[in-house]
Design a protein around this ligand. Structure first.
Ligand code: SAH
Ligand code: SF4
Ligand code: F3S
Length: 491
């Protein structure tokens, strides 16, 4: 235990960048505990409520479902109201500086609440907790935080929470290195229609700008039989869509010794399971092999949407990013996929303002967007992340120039999205109805197989079902339509 500014802090483990970067050869064990909640902790949440605020990617969204599962098993109930919560967890993202700023803003807001209600427990977890500098900053400056844990020890939440509730000190336990794969985590899934399924954890790609390999550890694949059992169970429960998750799903199986089993094999088996839609994210172009393309071209429940982040259109920048492909190789791969999966929608991620990016290099990103005609793209201004190789590169591009480039890129991406959406005008599309539209509760919203958002008026009884909708208006980011009869696709 240490004492900083009058606050006692119990540090079980602290993040260490050098460790986080290391890729050891030791085997990853799969552990299957009967229960992660020790007997004496089963009722500690009785009469209390928890709130988890999630930032970042789908991986975090799904981790939050696992944490919620653990908390429910401890007797807590869930709430959306900050004022009602007895435990608040911030599941954080470290990918860009603005993501981190949002979290520090929220940590600041919670201080007043903690002063008012000292028995409130505030925890910080997720990718930011894996950063040395963040943990140090919280310990020094945000002493109203009670608990910090990371991405590798989520299953330890019950014990850590107990220590935070009964001890008066701040509890810090962040493992720098990945641990075992824990199966049997209770999962409190948010919806009854769409489900996330982790297929692997971690990333070994070490793109020079990216923090994820440090915050999520080395690549570890779940066993195919565990994934398939989970998908079969979701199908039995009536889920309509699953998304297979990993930071680099194309590397799936590489660490499963002696198996020669990759994402293509896994998708081929899932193809046979009676669940209407299967998506996956995120793919890295480098390992997108012909076997996977041929499996995806079988269609059926494998939907026609490929998200394949390219990051940049210039080969020199791609090299500096350590993406390990050239513009030409990406274009060739994109064409191969488009030939094999006709009508596939093709989306991507793009970074502008990488250190020393010239106007000419940036224009190659624009020309790539024109050449591939991405259906949509997530676009970001490069954000230096402490500890990554790119953060050490000198950068001569002023922020105004980066912003201006982002504006031009977005205008082009939107123009192409709008044009591509026009192809849907008057077409009848298959829509999985997700719920009420966020903007108007009288309208329902759902997605096509190609991941287009569709808004239409229909009875609420079709929520969670797959229906046909005729598109009446194509907009830049969404389609409006009318449901065709009550025709429901096979449920
Ligand atoms: N594993 C996924 C993406 C993870 S992060 C992949 O490799 O495709 C999602 C996106 O955030 C990345 O594709 C990239 O475009 C962006 N990103 C990652 N690090 C960034 C940084 N330091 N600055 C700006 N954008 C970044
Ligand atoms: Fe980051 Fe690259 Fe890994 Fe994606 S593949 S998570 S961008 S290091
Ligand atoms: Fe963010 Fe971590 Fe995901 S850094 S994007 S939450 S893996």
């Amino acid at each position: 235990m240490i004492r900083i500014e009058g606050r006692d802090i119990s540090i079980y483990d602290q993040p260490d960048y050098k460790q986080g970067k290391r890729r050891g050869k030791e085997d990853v064990q799969v552990i299957r505990p009967d229960s992660l909640i020790p007997e004496e902790m089963k009722g500690i949440g009785k009469g209390k409520k928890f709130l988890i605020r999630t930032y970042g990617c789908q991986m975090n969204t799904h981790d939050s479902e696992n944490m919620a599962g653990l908390l429910l098993e401890m007797g807590f109930e869930s709430t959306e109201e900050t004022m009602e919560a007895d435990v608040i967890l911030l599941n954080t993202c470290a990918i860009r500086e603005n993501a981190e700023n949002k979290v520090f803003g929220e940590i600041g807001h919670l201080k007043a609440l903690k002063v008012e209600r000292p028995e409130l427990i505030v925890g910080v977890c997720g990718c930011m907790s894996q950063e040395e500098s963040v943990v140090n900053r919280i310990m020094q400056k945000h002493q109203h935080i009670d608990l910090i844990f990371g991405t590798h020890n989520i299953h330890r939440l019950p014990e850590l929470l107990r220590n935070a509730i009964y001890g008066k000190e701040m509890v810090v336990e962040v493992w720098s290195k990945e641990g075992d794969i824990v199966e049997n985590m209770p999962r409190a899934r948010q919806g009854k229609t769409q489900a996330w399924v982790n297929i692997m954890y971690g990333c070994d790609k070490f793109c020079t700008y990216c923090i994820v390999p440090y915050t999520r550890g080395k690549e570890r694949s779940r066993l195919p039989e565990d994934i398939i059992a989970e998908v079969r169970d979701l199908a039995r429960q009536g889920y309509k869509e699953i998304t297979l998750l990993g930071q680099n799903v194309n590397a799936y199986g590489k660490d499963l010794e002696g198996k020669n089993y990759g994402l293509g094999h896994l998708m081929d088996e899932i193809h046979k399971i009676d669940i209407p839609r299967v998506r996956f994210t995120t793919s890295h172009p480098r390992d997108f092999d012909d076997h996977l393309i041929s499996v995806l071209s079988k269609g059926g429940n494998l939907v026609e949407h490929i998200h394949l982040p390219v990051q940049h259109g210039n080969s020199e920048i791609l090299k500096l990013m350590a993406r390990k492909y050239t513009r030409e190789q990406y274009v060739e791969l994109a064409h191969k996929i488009k030939m094999a999966i006709p009508n596939a929608s093709f989306t991507t991620d793009l970074i502008v303002g990488f250190p020393n990016e010239t106007e000419e290099q940036f224009e190659e990103t624009l020309s790539l967007v024109r050449e591939i005609e991405f259906d949509s793209a997530y676009t970001y201004i490069y954000s230096p992340r402490e500890g990554t190789p790119a953060a050490k590169m000198k950068d001569n591009v002023p922020m105004e120039v980066k912003r201006e480039r982002l504006g031009r890129l977005n205008a082009l991406v939107n123009e192409i999205s709008a044009k591509k959406n026009l192809d849907y005008q008057d077409q009848i599309v298959e829509v999985l109805v997700e719920g009420e539209s966020k903007k108007n509760p009288d309208v329902l919203a759902g997605r096509t197989r190609t991941n287009r958002l569709v808004n239409f008026v229909a009875p609420k009884s079709v929520i969670g079902k797959i229906v046909y909708v005729k598109v009446t208006e194509a907009k830049t980011w969404s389609l409006n339509g009318e449901m065709v009869e009550m025709a429901e696709v096979k449920q």
